[in-house]
Write a protein that binds this ligand. Structure first.
Ligand code: NOJ
Ligand code: CA
Length: 699
């Protein structure tokens, strides 16, 4: 095989300068053509279903000290083989996954310097990917000024994007043509404690719709010891990779030999194909931690959290915080949320309703000096409680009721302070039998000149997770680096934020997330793995926000749907116990919904419009359906062809009432029971901004 290919390549290269070697997916629908331009730049283009989706795009590197590797290449060898694997995920949408890809490794010689560069391409039925193989260098390491990987779309497709911010992903999503992307117009959003947008680039995953219905999403897989990739607009319909930077103007320093993260493009005939793809996991390394189910199980949790975002209580103990305004009297002000009594109340609520965890934010010292301060090093203390909080006693109390505290570590984006305390902080958790931590990185990153999404922080985030494993701890990172599928390798990285969460509903200047937020994230952010979105608000109107009238722009029906639509092995029920106690009939859905899935099917969806999933859990043969809808009502018909032949299912349906809509009648819910068999159509009306959740119990 290898010899034949080489001969073919040799002839082809002698004859022309267009694309030469075609790497085909097993089903032939994805064809990646790789060759050299007339200047000897590495170039590729991609056809999907016989139509070009990515036109001639070049690959290469701009180095700070070594000579650039941009053109002047010759092809030395190419090795084509089939790679396939079957593997088990510890948790997630699908437990058993398998794939077959065509892999072609190209080795190029850079003629002017005699150096070599490898590029591995994978063609899969659901997309393609490539990564660079940088061989060992005499200098040992290389300083990357930038990676120059182009993605030239073949048309001015519709793009669903957020800016390529170096500090944060918590921007509202935008829907524009590629040519109309204007990331710089999103700079300095007042709700973002840290935001750095330096150029007209977008974050990944970024999703595109072509005129013929083809859907494409560009992202990366296995981001290790490198900077996050943004995509800089180039030409009318193209992008070139632009890595997140650092103070000296360079983008990364890599040891050699080095494999870059995979640059990954998912392709489908329709939007739901993107959701069915597991290319990101296929490209990651196998599980290196073994079975962690002894100490981590997917779970639902409640917590002392929403009350602070709504301003009912505070994280800090000794001052009054009003989102940036401080009254420093140094004494207990009596509004501290994380106190013993309140925590016991949440523990009791969790125990009564079957929640496994109670997150408590604001339990440790340092909150008097977080948002809005430059000098945040050495402020947070991850082992010292405020005087009104007895962690060991509370955890003992929780355990006696079959519940556990969920730890919280807000670093205020001072990761060096966190690093110094990480071992003691994790050890304290282990000593108290606490196995889940939510970490946070709010604020402009310290040290100045490093950024949340740069290489230095990628290494911090990854290290926080691998170290946590040593203490039997699972991690839920907020203000994180984006997900790139590393949870296949490190299954204790159970969730992250990495997009606008529910919290923005409580205080954002837009008075809440836009109504299309979930049906957009379903096809963008959620492609990068679990999100701790914290669903389950029952009191949709708040007295918080700039004018005291923020709200959740959804119906209650959609809050049910989120438990199915948002991928995560940990799901919060974020509202206050008193709001749940008013609606025990609605709460029943959150109590009954599963979190540990065996198999999941994206059954309907259009980017930014609506999305619906069907999932079956590990513990039984029931099916759970859920959907979220944007503006305008939508009639959904789900073909129940995944049900078991011959079985009858009784469905508990929690849906929008017939006259519900998010603007004027969001609380109107209908709870009903219906019977279904395989092949039936599950018909449900989604209200404007609505949704539903349903549990189909096999009889
Ligand atoms: C931001 C997180 O996203 C939020 O959930 C948390 O409450 C605050 N930081 C405080 O840590
Ligand atoms: Ca956040």
């Amino acid at each position: 095989m290898k010899k034949v290919t080489l001969l073919f390549i040799g002839l082809a290269f002698a004859a022309c300068t267009g694309p030469q070697e075609v790497v085909s997916s097993p089903d032939g629908n994805v064809q990646v053509s790789v060759g050299l331009t007339s200047k000897g730049a590495i170039q590729y283009s991609v056809d999907f279903n016989g139509k070009e989706v990515i036109g001639s795009s070049t690959l290469g590197f701009d180095f700070a000290e070594a000579e650039d590797l941009l053109d002047g290449f010759e092809l030395a060898t190419v090795d084509v083989k089939e790679v396939s694997d079957a593997y088990t995920m510890q948790w997630g949408s699908n437990t058993e996954l398998s794939y077959t890809h065509t892999e072609a490794t190209f080795n190029f010689t850079h003629v002017p310097t005699g150096r070599t560069l490898g590029v591995v391409f994978r063609a899969a039925n659901d997309g393609f990917a490539f990564r660079y193989l940088i061989p060992e260098q005499e200098e040992g390491q290389l300083v990357v000024k930038d990676e120059k990987s182009e993605f030239n779309l073949s048309e001015d497709a519709m793009a669903h994007w957020i800016p390529g911010d170096w500090e944060i992903y918590e921007h509202p999503y935008n829907h524009t043509k590629v040519s109309e992307i204007d990331a710089l117009s999103k700079a300095n959003h007042p709700n973002l404690a840290a935001t750095v947008i330096v150029e007209n680039s977008v974050s990944t995953p970024v999703t595109f719709e072509y005129k013929d219905g083809t859907h494409m999403s560009i992202h990366e897989a296995a981001l290790v010891n490198y900077s996050g990739m943004t995509l800089l607009r180039e030409g009318k319909t193209g992008f070139v990779s632009s890595l997140v930077g650092r103070e000296d103007g360079n983008k990364a320093t890599i040891p050699t030999p080095f494999k870059t993260p995979w640059r990954m493009v998912t392709l489908g005939d329709e939007a739901t194909d993107l959701l069915a793809s597991h290319l990101m996991y296929d490209l990651n390394e196998p599980n290196q931690m073994g079975d962690i189910s002894q100490w981590f199980t997917p779970q639902k949790y409640v917590g002392i959290w929403w009350e602070m975002h709504m301003g009912k209580s505070t994280w800090d103990y000794g001052m009054t915080q009003d989102m940036g305004t401080w009254i420093a009297d140094g004494r207990e002000h009596g509004r501290h949320g994380a106190n013993n009594e309140n925590t016991r109340r949440y523990i009791d609520f969790a125990a009564e309703h079957g929640f496994s965890g109670v997150l408590v934010e604001g339990w440790n010292t340092g909150w008097e000096h977080w948002i809005g301060f430059d000098d945040r090093e050495g402020v947070f203390d991850f082992v010292t409680s405020y005087p009104d909080y007895d962690m060991a006693e509370l955890q003992k109390y929780a355990k006696s009721k079959g519940v556990s505290l969920v730890m919280h570590h807000e670093t205020s984006a001072a990761p060096r302070t966190y690093d110094q305390q990480m071992d003691t902080a994790y050890a304290l958790m282990q000593a108290n039998d606490i196995h889940l931590v939510k970490s946070g990185y709010v604020g402009p990153l310290l040290p100045k000149g490093e950024y949340h999404h740069g290489q230095w922080m990628v290494n911090h985030y990854n290290n926080a997770v691998t170290k946590a494993f040593d203490y039997q701890i699972a991690v839920n990172t907020h203000e994180p680096i984006k997900g790139t599928g590393l949870e296949r390798t490190w299954p204790n990285w159970v969730a992250r934020e990495g997009a606008r969460g529910q919290e923005f509903n409580a205080w954002s200047i837009e008075k809440g997330n836009y109504v299309d937020h979930i049906p957009t994230m379903a096809f963008t952010r959620f492609l990068s793995g679990p999100m701790d979105y914290t669903p389950g608000v029952f009191q949709l109107h708040m007295k918080s926000g700039p004018d005291g009238d923020n709200r959740v722009r959804s119906t209650i029906g959609q809050q049910f749907g989120l438990y199915i639509v948002v991928p995560s092995p940990i799901q919060m029920a974020c509202d206050l116990p008193e709001n749940y106690e008013k609606h025990l009939d609605w709460l029943q859905f959150i109590k009954d919904v599963a979190v540990d899935w065996d198999r999941s099917i994206p059954v309907a969806g259009k980017v930014g419009q609506y999305v619906a999933w069907a999932r079956t859990p590990k513990e039984n043969d029931n099916w759970y359906l859920g959907a979220a809808n944007a503006d305008g009502e939508h009639q959904l018909s789900i073909a129940l062809d995944f049900l078991e032949e011959g079985a009858t299912y009784e469905a508990q349906i929690y849906r929008d009432a017939d006259d519900a809509d998010w603007e004027t009648n969001p609380y109107a819910v209908t709870i009903e029971t219906k019977t279904y068999v395989k092949g039936d159509s599950f018909d449900v009306r989604l209200a404007s901004g609505g949704g539903f959740g349903a549990i189909l119990v096999k009889q």
